[in-house]
Design a protein around this ligand. Structure first.
Ligand SMILES: [Zn+2]
Length: 114
């Protein structure tokens, strides 16, 4: 896989972690693991490159859920709904992954744009 694409995936997920003050050493380490795993995967299957950024975000989301909790939280619904997350759409991870509110189904931001 093209290294630039992998670095772009890493930068976008890192930006969204930082946007929620969650770019902690543990989160960054989960991010590095996900980037190296998905990079290996895309080397085996080059057509998978378009899915990598979204898949890395999903991997980090899963890793954080087990430790610090939900990331990223939806900030758009406010009092209208109990605390809930955003998820990556399309579910396959790409192409052009965006964060979608799991309650309203609204697109909140592109990956990297929180
Ligand atoms: Zn919401």
């Amino acid at each position: 896989m093209d290294t630039a694409q992998l670095l772009d995936a890493r930068a976008r997920v890192l930006a969204d972690l930082a946007a929620r003050q969650l770019a902690t050493p543990a989160a960054v380490s989960a991010l590095e693991d996900a980037v190296s795993e998905r990079g290996w995967w895309a080397d085996q299957w080059p057509e998978g490159a378009v899915y990598v950024a979204g898949l890395v975000a999903q991997d980090v989301q899963d890793a954080l859920f087990e430790t610090v909790g939900r990331w990223p939280l939806c900030l758009g619904c406010g009092e209208r709904a109990p605390e809930h997350s955003l998820f990556i759409s399309p579910d396959l991870g790409g192409p052009d992954p965006v964060w979608v509110c799991e309650e309203s189904g609204d697109v909140v931001a592109p990956l990297g744009g929180l």
